[in-house]
Design a protein around this ligand. Sequence first.
Ligand SMILES: C[S@@+](CC[C@H](N)C(=O)[O-])C[C@H]1O[C@@H](n2cnc3c(N)ncnc32)[C@H](O)[C@@H]1O
Length: 215
Amino acid sequence: MSGRGGRDGPGYRAWVSASPTSARTAFLKAFLRRPSTMGAIAPSSERLGAVLASVVPRTGTPTVVELGPGTGAVSAVIARRLPPGSRHLAVELDPAMVAHLRRAHPDLEVVPGDARRLPELLAERGVTRADAVVCGLPWALFDDRTQAELLAGISAVIGDDGAFTTFAYLHGMALPAAQRFRSTLRRTFDEVQVSATVWRNLPPAFVYVCRRPAR
Ligand SMILES: C[S@@+](CC[C@H](N)C(=O)[O-])C[C@H]1O[C@@H](n2cnc3c(N)ncnc32)[C@H](O)[C@@H]1O
């Protein structure tokens, strides 16, 4: 873990019980400031977080990478699953979200930067592989090239043994861009599972669970 207190330290419990109200306010402010990078008006629900985090190992000392953690709603769910001694890195672009995460979740290894540079950002921290990549990035806002760059980095990081989860909003599936993204996932990974709809989320969403980058 980073030098920010460790997963076994007292800050860890504070993180897991961080105030959801202040998180929601911070999230909404970030959305109003930068709607084109937030892509949502509210943090993911606990239930959606649980489905996203279902690929996080509960044993051993895994390395988990989160992309676009926002205010840390999903980070908290991941943290509760992770065994002591694990690593949990979170790559976030928005400086205000980075500041919020460092305040509210002091034991998370916050990595400020663009997820398009994922392999480099991780290599700078001595990480070349992750057991799981849990992603909250707003895919619908990215063009095809950006999606391809992101998926190439994620594929390199999970390798043949890791897993990648990300979510999409149900209402968005009517849009051609969302259908294209699903096809891109199916071309990029040998295994792409689609979860049941998580109705207890605003708006309702579902999760893609992807494994084994296609060659
Ligand atoms: C829809 S929010 C999801 C937040 C959180 N994971 C959740 O589910 O509540 C998207 C987050 O991705 C971040 N983001 C957008 N583009 C990014 C990029 N290229 N690299 C890293 N983070 C990015 C935004 O700043 C925002 O915090």
